[in-house]
Ligand binder design. Structure first.
Ligand SMILES: *Cc1c(COP(=O)(O)O)cnc(C)c1O
Length: 393
């Protein structure tokens, strides 16, 4: 929910906003952080109060002071009208899509989307007569030609999962607005700290709080924020499912939030240093990082984003699969695993080719995605240096 205090606080810089947002210490005897309210039933003093629902909390599925604190904070940070919390990033994508579609509708989804987003569209929404068409992430204003009378939403993700294409979201949003189409962004990579989704024209913004908001790989959380036009419809859909996040998870996420700007700034610096160093290595064909001047989306990134996070990809020059496995398996500091955004560095071999339908993914060699954590950069470089020796030998 939006608050006047929040509006005033948002005038500060992000590092300040994340330390202040959603906090009401004097509603909790002055304690700095809200307590964990666990509850299903909420009591009403009288029948009249119950019939009028005359109190801020009415039932556990509708929220508690703990979940409300995080919703209010995120609404402030994203520059939104309202936010709902759900148990995972993928659930957030599902709720956003269900808010903006109906039987017989047509959806436009970026070909670079997080693969489970496609599985939800093709495996679930299709059963309800919703058609999904995938578009080239670099289409920009050209998306206009793909909008049909029955198109209800465009789902963008910038940069794209693993492949890192940057989209011209303001141009896509302008084309959509003209035709009354809802624009959704999966903003997990940049977070609202580096890409203000609603200011850039998006109606609904999804964030997998599992990643940078959590920051410690100990939490699953999804957030959907909405602008004034879509806030009521989002809250309505959310209430119909009663698929909220619990108060313990909200409390962990609030703890993560207070250091989020600091962690992102450090992970940005470390990732850029490593990406620049990798770009100069002879074993590398390309580094896919939008903050590097050679990236095809660099100018758009510079125009629309205020920073870059710790996730980027590399394409190795052609080399045997066994050599790549030896490169990855022998790394001491990079874990092999899904997800990202935690304090620990990760690496993941990937191949987008099996999912693509609108564009072709045909890199020069094997592809790896890195998530840079909070270790010392010199140690991470030493670890990678040793890996390159294995690649050649
Ligand atoms: C991880 C991720 C999600 C899903 O988040 P979960 O909490 O793991 O369900 C959605 N979008 C992107 C871009 C992601 O990286």
């Amino acid at each position: 929910m939006k608050s006047d205090k929040g509006e005033k606080r948002r005038k500060n810089r992000m590092a300040t906003v994340v330390t202040q947002a959603g906090r009401e210490p004097f509603e909790h005897f002055g304690f700095v952080n809200p307590p964990i309210y666990r509850g299903s039933t909420v009591l009403f003093p009288t029948v009249a109060d119950l019939e009028g629902l005359r109190q801020p909390y009415t039932y556990g599925t509708k929220g508690t002071p703990t979940t409300r604190a995080l919703e209010t904070a995120w609404t402030e940070i994203a520059g939104a009208e309202d936010t709902v919390l759900v148990p995972s990033g993928l659930a957030a994508i599902a709720i956003a899509l269900l808010t903006a579609t109906k039987a017989g509708a047509h959806l436009l989804v970026t070909d670079s989307a997080y693969a489970p987003t496609r599985f939800f569209c093709d495996g679930f929404l299709a059963r309800f007569g919703v058609t999904t068409e995938y578009y080239d992430p670099e289409i920009g204003a050209g998306v206009s030609a793909l909008i049909r009378p029955e198109t209800t939403a465009i789902l963008t993700e910038s940069p794209g999962s693993q492949s890192m294409e940057i989209q011209d979201i303001p141009a896509i949003a302008a084309a959509a607005r003209e035709k009354g189409v809802c624009v959704i962004v999966d903003n997990t990579w940049a977070t609202p700290l580096f890409f203000p989704p609603h200011e850039r024209g998006c109606d609904l913004a999804v964030d997998a709080g599992t990643k940078y908001l959590s920051g410690h790989s100990d939490l699953l959380m999804g957030l959907v924020s909405a602008n004034a036009k879509w806030a009521k419809r989002l809250r309505h859909t959310f209430n119909l499912f009663a698929i909220g996040s619990g108060p313990d998870d909200a409390s962990l996420a609030l703890r993560g939030l207070r250091t989020m700007a600091l962690r992102l700034r450090e992970q940005e610096r470390a990732a850029l240093e490593i990406a620049t160093w990798l770009e100069a290595r002879p074993e590398i064909a390309r580094v896919l990082h939008p903050a590097l001047p050679g990236h095809p989306g660099h100018d758009l990134w510079k125009r629309d984003f205020s920073g870059s996070s710790g996730v980027f990809s590399i394409i190795l020059k052609p080399v045997a699969k066994a050599a790549v496995e030896s490169f990855v398996d022998g790394l001491a500091l990079f874990g092999i695993g899904f997800s990202w955004g935690g304090y620990e560095s990760l690496v993941l071999p990937f191949d987008c080719a099996p999912f693509r339908t609108a564009t072709r993914w045909a890199p020069e060699g094997p592809a790896l995605r890195f998530s840079i954590g909070l270790e010392d950069v010199a140690d991470l470089k030493d670890d990678l240096e040793a890996a390159f020796a294995r690649l050649g030998g």
